[in-house]
Design a protein around this ligand. Structure first.
Ligand code: 7XF
Length: 399
Protein backbone atom coordinates (compact mmCIF):
# COMPACT_ATOMS: atom_id res chain seq x y z
CA UNK A 1 0.00 0.00 0.00
CA UNK A 2 2.75 2.43 0.98
CA UNK A 3 4.78 1.63 -2.14
CA UNK A 4 1.77 2.11 -4.38
CA UNK A 5 0.85 5.34 -2.57
CA UNK A 6 4.33 6.79 -3.00
CA UNK A 7 4.45 5.88 -6.68
CA UNK A 8 1.43 8.06 -7.43
CA UNK A 9 1.56 11.84 -7.52
CA UNK A 10 0.30 14.02 -4.67
CA UNK A 11 -2.89 15.17 -6.39
CA UNK A 12 -3.77 11.62 -7.42
CA UNK A 13 -3.35 10.41 -3.85
CA UNK A 14 -5.36 13.37 -2.52
CA UNK A 15 -8.25 12.40 -4.82
CA UNK A 16 -8.15 8.58 -4.78
CA UNK A 17 -6.21 7.12 -1.88
CA UNK A 18 -8.18 4.86 0.42
CA UNK A 19 -11.44 4.80 -1.54
CA UNK A 20 -12.64 2.55 -4.36
CA UNK A 21 -16.11 3.57 -5.59
CA UNK A 22 -16.77 0.04 -6.81
CA UNK A 23 -16.79 -1.23 -3.26
CA UNK A 24 -19.63 1.20 -2.42
CA UNK A 25 -22.20 0.72 -5.21
CA UNK A 26 -20.10 2.83 -7.57
CA UNK A 27 -20.69 6.01 -5.54
CA UNK A 28 -18.06 8.51 -6.70
CA UNK A 29 -17.90 10.04 -3.23
CA UNK A 30 -17.59 8.02 -0.04
CA UNK A 31 -20.75 7.41 1.95
CA UNK A 32 -21.10 9.30 5.23
CA UNK A 33 -21.65 6.63 7.87
CA UNK A 34 -23.85 8.48 10.34
CA UNK A 35 -23.80 5.79 12.98
CA UNK A 36 -22.53 5.72 16.51
CA UNK A 37 -22.47 1.93 16.91
CA UNK A 38 -22.06 -1.28 14.86
CA UNK A 39 -23.96 -4.58 15.01
CA UNK A 40 -22.02 -7.73 15.91
CA UNK A 41 -23.14 -10.96 14.22
CA UNK A 42 -22.57 -12.83 17.49
CA UNK A 43 -21.50 -12.25 21.09
CA UNK A 44 -18.18 -13.87 20.22
CA UNK A 45 -17.53 -11.37 17.43
CA UNK A 46 -18.25 -8.45 19.76
CA UNK A 47 -15.89 -9.66 22.46
CA UNK A 48 -13.19 -10.56 19.91
CA UNK A 49 -13.33 -7.01 18.51
CA UNK A 50 -13.08 -5.50 21.97
CA UNK A 51 -10.12 -7.77 22.71
CA UNK A 52 -8.42 -6.64 19.49
CA UNK A 53 -8.51 -10.21 18.13
CA UNK A 54 -10.93 -9.52 15.26
CA UNK A 55 -11.07 -6.72 12.68
CA UNK A 56 -14.18 -4.58 12.49
CA UNK A 57 -15.85 -1.49 13.86
CA UNK A 58 -17.13 -1.28 17.44
CA UNK A 59 -18.18 2.27 18.19
CA UNK A 60 -17.55 5.53 16.29
CA UNK A 61 -15.41 7.05 19.03
CA UNK A 62 -12.67 4.60 17.98
CA UNK A 63 -13.43 4.11 14.29
CA UNK A 64 -15.91 4.82 11.49
CA UNK A 65 -15.70 3.76 7.81
CA UNK A 66 -15.85 7.34 6.44
CA UNK A 67 -13.20 8.43 8.95
CA UNK A 68 -11.01 5.43 8.00
CA UNK A 69 -10.94 6.59 4.37
CA UNK A 70 -9.75 10.02 5.50
CA UNK A 71 -7.11 8.46 7.76
CA UNK A 72 -5.73 6.28 4.95
CA UNK A 73 -5.57 9.32 2.69
CA UNK A 74 -3.83 11.57 5.23
CA UNK A 75 -1.21 8.88 5.99
CA UNK A 76 -0.48 8.54 2.26
CA UNK A 77 -0.15 12.31 1.81
CA UNK A 78 2.20 12.75 4.81
CA UNK A 79 4.11 9.57 3.86
CA UNK A 80 3.56 8.15 7.33
CA UNK A 81 2.48 4.63 8.24
CA UNK A 82 -0.90 5.52 9.71
CA UNK A 83 -3.16 8.41 10.72
CA UNK A 84 -5.83 9.29 13.25
CA UNK A 85 -8.46 11.94 12.53
CA UNK A 86 -9.67 13.96 15.53
CA UNK A 87 -12.34 16.50 16.43
CA UNK A 88 -9.86 19.42 16.50
CA UNK A 89 -6.18 20.25 16.24
CA UNK A 90 -6.09 20.59 20.04
CA UNK A 91 -7.69 17.13 20.27
CA UNK A 92 -4.87 15.75 18.10
CA UNK A 93 -2.13 17.30 20.21
CA UNK A 94 -3.65 16.32 23.56
CA UNK A 95 -4.20 12.73 22.34
CA UNK A 96 -0.46 12.56 21.61
CA UNK A 97 0.73 14.24 24.82
CA UNK A 98 -1.62 12.51 27.25
CA UNK A 99 -0.97 9.09 25.70
CA UNK A 100 2.82 9.28 25.74
CA UNK A 101 3.72 11.31 28.84
CA UNK A 102 3.47 10.74 32.56
CA UNK A 103 4.19 12.80 35.65
CA UNK A 104 7.91 13.57 35.89
CA UNK A 105 8.45 13.66 32.12
CA UNK A 106 9.66 16.78 30.32
CA UNK A 107 8.80 18.42 27.01
CA UNK A 108 11.03 20.84 25.13
CA UNK A 109 8.93 23.18 23.00
CA UNK A 110 9.84 25.98 20.62
CA UNK A 111 9.27 29.47 22.05
CA UNK A 112 6.65 30.33 19.42
CA UNK A 113 3.52 28.19 19.14
CA UNK A 114 -0.17 28.62 18.36
CA UNK A 115 -1.69 30.35 21.42
CA UNK A 116 -3.72 27.44 22.81
CA UNK A 117 -0.80 25.01 22.33
CA UNK A 118 1.25 27.48 24.38
CA UNK A 119 -1.58 27.79 26.90
CA UNK A 120 -1.71 24.01 27.35
CA UNK A 121 2.06 23.74 27.80
CA UNK A 122 2.67 26.87 29.87
CA UNK A 123 -0.43 27.11 32.02
CA UNK A 124 -2.03 23.67 32.39
CA UNK A 125 0.11 20.60 31.82
CA UNK A 126 2.28 21.35 34.86
CA UNK A 127 -0.69 20.40 37.04
CA UNK A 128 -0.20 16.84 35.83
CA UNK A 129 3.50 16.82 36.72
CA UNK A 130 4.83 17.32 33.20
CA UNK A 131 7.48 20.03 32.95
CA UNK A 132 7.93 22.15 29.83
CA UNK A 133 11.09 23.97 28.80
CA UNK A 134 10.83 26.54 26.03
CA UNK A 135 13.83 26.95 23.73
CA UNK A 136 14.48 28.86 20.51
CA UNK A 137 14.66 25.92 18.11
CA UNK A 138 15.88 28.07 15.23
CA UNK A 139 19.20 27.53 17.02
CA UNK A 140 19.77 23.73 17.32
CA UNK A 141 22.43 24.22 20.03
CA UNK A 142 19.65 25.56 22.30
CA UNK A 143 17.73 22.31 21.77
CA UNK A 144 20.80 20.27 22.73
CA UNK A 145 21.17 22.33 25.90
CA UNK A 146 17.48 21.98 26.83
CA UNK A 147 17.24 18.19 26.43
CA UNK A 148 17.83 16.38 29.72
CA UNK A 149 17.44 12.83 31.05
CA UNK A 150 13.69 13.30 31.60
CA UNK A 151 12.93 14.81 28.17
CA UNK A 152 10.54 12.61 26.21
CA UNK A 153 9.23 14.91 23.51
CA UNK A 154 10.08 17.97 21.43
CA UNK A 155 7.22 20.04 20.02
CA UNK A 156 7.50 22.59 17.25
CA UNK A 157 5.68 24.32 14.41
CA UNK A 158 7.34 25.56 11.26
CA UNK A 159 6.65 28.20 10.05
CA UNK A 160 5.68 29.24 13.58
CA UNK A 161 2.26 30.77 14.17
CA UNK A 162 2.14 33.79 14.04
CA UNK A 163 5.60 35.18 13.28
CA UNK A 164 6.82 32.78 10.56
CA UNK A 165 10.09 31.59 12.12
CA UNK A 166 11.46 28.53 10.34
CA UNK A 167 12.81 25.50 12.22
CA UNK A 168 15.19 23.14 10.41
CA UNK A 169 13.26 19.87 10.81
CA UNK A 170 16.06 17.56 9.61
CA UNK A 171 18.54 19.22 11.96
CA UNK A 172 16.42 18.98 15.09
CA UNK A 173 15.19 15.48 14.12
CA UNK A 174 18.80 14.32 14.14
CA UNK A 175 19.33 15.74 17.65
CA UNK A 176 16.08 14.13 18.86
CA UNK A 177 17.01 10.76 17.35
CA UNK A 178 20.44 10.76 19.00
CA UNK A 179 18.84 11.67 22.36
CA UNK A 180 16.02 9.12 22.09
CA UNK A 181 13.40 11.89 22.18
CA UNK A 182 10.25 11.96 20.02
CA UNK A 183 9.88 14.89 17.64
CA UNK A 184 6.32 16.21 17.15
CA UNK A 185 5.85 18.72 14.30
CA UNK A 186 2.65 20.72 13.84
CA UNK A 187 2.35 20.86 10.05
CA UNK A 188 -0.85 22.93 9.92
CA UNK A 189 0.68 25.94 8.15
CA UNK A 190 2.24 23.88 5.38
CA UNK A 191 0.05 20.81 4.85
CA UNK A 192 1.79 17.74 3.40
CA UNK A 193 1.73 19.40 -0.02
CA UNK A 194 4.38 21.94 1.06
CA UNK A 195 6.33 19.99 3.68
CA UNK A 196 6.48 16.38 4.92
CA UNK A 197 8.16 16.30 8.36
CA UNK A 198 8.20 12.48 8.61
CA UNK A 199 10.39 12.26 5.50
CA UNK A 200 12.76 14.70 7.27
CA UNK A 201 12.98 12.55 10.42
CA UNK A 202 10.04 13.69 12.59
CA UNK A 203 8.21 10.95 14.51
CA UNK A 204 4.74 12.47 14.81
CA UNK A 205 2.91 15.07 12.72
CA UNK A 206 -0.13 16.88 14.09
CA UNK A 207 -2.57 19.06 12.18
CA UNK A 208 -5.41 21.41 12.67
CA UNK A 209 -7.50 20.10 9.74
CA UNK A 210 -9.78 23.08 10.38
CA UNK A 211 -7.38 25.05 8.19
CA UNK A 212 -6.02 24.20 4.70
CA UNK A 213 -6.88 20.48 4.79
CA UNK A 214 -10.61 21.24 5.08
CA UNK A 215 -9.98 24.49 3.29
CA UNK A 216 -13.42 26.07 3.44
CA UNK A 217 -13.84 27.34 7.00
CA UNK A 218 -16.82 25.07 7.64
CA UNK A 219 -15.52 22.61 10.25
CA UNK A 220 -13.22 22.06 13.24
CA UNK A 221 -11.00 18.96 13.02
CA UNK A 222 -7.48 17.64 13.50
CA UNK A 223 -5.21 14.74 12.66
CA UNK A 224 -2.13 12.85 13.79
CA UNK A 225 0.18 10.94 11.43
CA UNK A 226 2.81 8.56 12.88
CA UNK A 227 3.90 4.92 13.02
CA UNK A 228 1.18 2.26 13.13
CA UNK A 229 2.14 1.43 16.71
CA UNK A 230 1.81 5.05 17.85
CA UNK A 231 -1.48 5.58 16.05
CA UNK A 232 -2.92 2.44 17.70
CA UNK A 233 -1.97 3.92 21.09
CA UNK A 234 -3.39 7.36 20.27
CA UNK A 235 -6.64 5.76 19.08
CA UNK A 236 -7.16 3.20 21.87
CA UNK A 237 -5.70 5.20 24.75
CA UNK A 238 -5.69 8.88 23.65
CA UNK A 239 -9.08 9.19 21.96
CA UNK A 240 -10.89 6.18 23.42
CA UNK A 241 -10.03 6.69 27.08
CA UNK A 242 -8.30 10.05 27.64
CA UNK A 243 -9.81 12.89 25.64
CA UNK A 244 -12.67 11.42 23.56
CA UNK A 245 -11.86 13.85 20.73
CA UNK A 246 -13.29 11.77 17.87
CA UNK A 247 -14.19 13.42 14.57
CA UNK A 248 -17.71 13.21 13.11
CA UNK A 249 -18.16 11.24 9.89
CA UNK A 250 -19.67 14.29 8.24
CA UNK A 251 -16.62 16.43 9.00
CA UNK A 252 -14.40 13.61 7.70
CA UNK A 253 -16.42 13.68 4.46
CA UNK A 254 -15.97 17.46 4.16
CA UNK A 255 -12.19 17.12 4.63
CA UNK A 256 -12.05 14.36 1.99
CA UNK A 257 -13.83 16.77 -0.35
CA UNK A 258 -11.43 19.58 0.56
CA UNK A 259 -8.37 17.39 -0.01
CA UNK A 260 -9.31 16.85 -3.67
CA UNK A 261 -8.27 20.44 -4.40
CA UNK A 262 -5.56 20.84 -1.76
CA UNK A 263 -2.65 21.15 -4.18
CA UNK A 264 -4.50 23.62 -6.42
CA UNK A 265 -5.55 25.75 -3.47
CA UNK A 266 -2.08 25.70 -1.92
CA UNK A 267 -0.46 26.69 -5.22
CA UNK A 268 -2.78 29.67 -5.40
CA UNK A 269 -2.43 30.65 -1.71
CA UNK A 270 1.36 30.52 -2.12
CA UNK A 271 1.67 32.37 -5.42
CA UNK A 272 -0.60 35.20 -4.26
CA UNK A 273 1.10 35.45 -0.84
CA UNK A 274 4.53 35.50 -2.46
CA UNK A 275 3.59 38.53 -4.59
CA UNK A 276 1.75 40.30 -1.76
CA UNK A 277 4.67 39.89 0.65
CA UNK A 278 6.84 41.88 -1.76
CA UNK A 279 4.12 44.53 -2.26
CA UNK A 280 3.59 44.91 1.50
CA UNK A 281 7.32 45.14 2.18
CA UNK A 282 7.49 48.06 -0.23
CA UNK A 283 4.71 50.09 1.42
CA UNK A 284 5.93 53.12 3.40
CA UNK A 285 3.63 52.38 6.37
CA UNK A 286 5.05 48.87 6.78
CA UNK A 287 7.93 48.38 9.20
CA UNK A 288 8.57 44.71 8.61
CA UNK A 289 7.09 41.72 6.75
CA UNK A 290 7.62 38.14 7.95
CA UNK A 291 7.39 35.74 5.02
CA UNK A 292 9.93 32.99 4.26
CA UNK A 293 9.87 33.76 0.55
CA UNK A 294 11.36 37.22 1.11
CA UNK A 295 15.11 37.81 0.87
CA UNK A 296 14.82 39.65 4.20
CA UNK A 297 13.72 36.44 6.01
CA UNK A 298 16.60 35.14 8.17
CA UNK A 299 15.83 31.44 7.60
CA UNK A 300 14.93 31.63 3.92
CA UNK A 301 17.55 29.01 2.96
CA UNK A 302 16.13 26.45 5.40
CA UNK A 303 12.61 27.24 4.18
CA UNK A 304 13.61 26.67 0.56
CA UNK A 305 15.22 23.38 1.49
CA UNK A 306 12.28 21.89 3.34
CA UNK A 307 9.21 23.55 1.81
CA UNK A 308 7.91 23.19 -1.77
CA UNK A 309 6.65 26.79 -1.70
CA UNK A 310 6.53 29.45 1.01
CA UNK A 311 2.91 29.16 2.13
CA UNK A 312 -0.11 31.43 2.33
CA UNK A 313 0.51 33.10 5.69
CA UNK A 314 2.10 36.53 6.13
CA UNK A 315 2.79 38.51 9.31
CA UNK A 316 3.61 42.19 9.37
CA UNK A 317 4.42 45.05 11.67
CA UNK A 318 3.34 48.55 10.78
CA UNK A 319 5.05 51.85 11.47
CA UNK A 320 3.01 53.12 14.39
CA UNK A 321 2.77 49.71 16.08
CA UNK A 322 -0.46 48.48 17.60
CA UNK A 323 -2.55 51.61 16.87
CA UNK A 324 -1.57 51.46 13.21
CA UNK A 325 -2.27 47.71 13.14
CA UNK A 326 -5.75 48.21 14.53
CA UNK A 327 -6.43 51.00 12.03
CA UNK A 328 -5.26 48.70 9.23
CA UNK A 329 -7.56 45.90 10.43
CA UNK A 330 -10.52 48.26 10.61
CA UNK A 331 -9.63 49.65 7.20
CA UNK A 332 -9.86 46.48 5.12
CA UNK A 333 -13.03 46.05 3.12
CA UNK A 334 -12.56 42.76 1.25
CA UNK A 335 -10.48 40.84 3.80
CA UNK A 336 -12.40 39.47 6.74
CA UNK A 337 -11.46 40.33 10.33
CA UNK A 338 -11.37 36.81 11.77
CA UNK A 339 -9.08 34.26 13.38
CA UNK A 340 -8.32 30.88 11.77
CA UNK A 341 -6.53 30.43 8.48
CA UNK A 342 -6.38 28.45 5.26
CA UNK A 343 -9.80 29.47 3.99
CA UNK A 344 -10.85 30.75 0.56
CA UNK A 345 -11.41 34.17 2.16
CA UNK A 346 -8.45 36.39 3.10
CA UNK A 347 -8.48 36.71 6.91
CA UNK A 348 -6.80 39.32 9.07
CA UNK A 349 -6.33 39.19 12.85
CA UNK A 350 -4.25 40.58 15.71
CA UNK A 351 -2.36 37.74 17.49
CA UNK A 352 -1.54 39.56 20.76
CA UNK A 353 -5.23 40.19 21.54
CA UNK A 354 -6.74 37.21 19.69
CA UNK A 355 -5.09 33.86 18.77
CA UNK A 356 -2.10 34.41 21.07
CA UNK A 357 -3.78 36.24 23.98
CA UNK A 358 -2.65 33.23 26.07
CA UNK A 359 0.83 34.84 26.06
CA UNK A 360 0.84 37.64 28.66
CA UNK A 361 2.73 40.86 27.75
CA UNK A 362 5.98 39.64 29.38
CA UNK A 363 5.72 36.28 27.64
CA UNK A 364 5.09 38.00 24.32
CA UNK A 365 8.32 39.93 24.58
CA UNK A 366 10.40 37.04 25.96
CA UNK A 367 9.01 34.64 23.34
CA UNK A 368 9.68 37.08 20.57
CA UNK A 369 6.58 38.64 19.10
CA UNK A 370 5.29 42.14 19.37
CA UNK A 371 1.95 43.64 20.28
CA UNK A 372 1.80 45.34 16.90
CA UNK A 373 2.04 42.15 14.82
CA UNK A 374 -0.80 41.61 12.34
CA UNK A 375 -1.41 38.22 10.73
CA UNK A 376 -2.84 37.65 7.27
CA UNK A 377 -4.15 34.37 5.88
CA UNK A 378 -4.09 35.01 2.16
CA UNK A 379 -7.21 33.64 0.48
CA UNK A 380 -8.08 32.52 -3.01
CA UNK A 381 -9.55 35.78 -4.29
CA UNK A 382 -7.92 37.51 -7.28
CA UNK A 383 -4.49 38.85 -6.43
CA UNK A 384 -5.34 42.33 -7.76
CA UNK A 385 -8.40 42.59 -5.50
CA UNK A 386 -6.60 41.49 -2.33
CA UNK A 387 -3.71 43.78 -3.17
CA UNK A 388 -6.00 46.78 -3.70
CA UNK A 389 -7.77 46.10 -0.40
CA UNK A 390 -4.59 45.70 1.69
CA UNK A 391 -2.77 48.60 0.06
CA UNK A 392 -5.84 50.84 0.39
CA UNK A 393 -6.09 50.05 4.11
CA UNK A 394 -2.36 50.78 4.52
CA UNK A 395 -2.66 54.07 2.61
CA UNK A 396 -5.52 55.21 4.87
CA UNK A 397 -3.70 54.64 8.20
CA UNK A 398 -3.49 57.91 10.15
CA UNK A 399 -5.59 59.87 7.66
O1 7XF B 1 -8.15 22.91 17.54
P1 7XF B 1 -7.98 23.63 16.23
O2 7XF B 1 -8.47 22.82 15.06
O3 7XF B 1 -8.50 25.03 16.26
O4 7XF B 1 -6.39 23.70 15.96
C1 7XF B 1 -5.48 24.22 16.87
C2 7XF B 1 -4.26 24.67 16.13
C3 7XF B 1 -3.14 23.85 16.13
N1 7XF B 1 -2.02 24.22 15.48
C4 7XF B 1 -1.95 25.37 14.81
C5 7XF B 1 -0.68 25.74 14.11
C6 7XF B 1 -3.04 26.23 14.77
O5 7XF B 1 -2.93 27.36 14.08
C7 7XF B 1 -4.23 25.88 15.44
C8 7XF B 1 -5.43 26.74 15.44
N2 7XF B 1 -5.16 28.10 15.15
C9 7XF B 1 -6.20 29.05 14.82
C10 7XF B 1 -5.48 30.38 14.48
O6 7XF B 1 -4.25 30.48 14.67
O7 7XF B 1 -6.13 31.26 13.95
C11 7XF B 1 -7.25 29.11 15.89
C12 7XF B 1 -8.07 30.30 16.05
S1 7XF B 1 -8.09 30.88 17.78
Amino acid sequence: MQEKAKARGFATRAIHEGYDPLSYHGALNPPVFLTSTYAFDSADTGSARFAGKAEGYIYSRVGNPTVSILETRLAALEEGEAALATSSGMGALTAVIWTLLKSGDEIVADIMLYGCTFGLLEHHIGRFGVKVLFADLTDPSKLKAAIGPRTRMVITETPSNPNMRIIDIADIAEICRKSGVLLVVDNTYCTPYLQRPITLGADIVVHSATKYLGGHGDLIAGAVVASKAHIEQFRFTGIKELNGACISAFDAFLILRGLKTLNLRMDRHCSTAERLAVDLEGHPNVERVYYPGLDSHPQKAVARRQMRAMGGMIALELRGGLAAGRAFMDGVQLATRAVSLGDAETLVQHPASMTHATYDPDERSSHGFTDGLIRLSIGLEDYEDIRADLMGALDRIGR
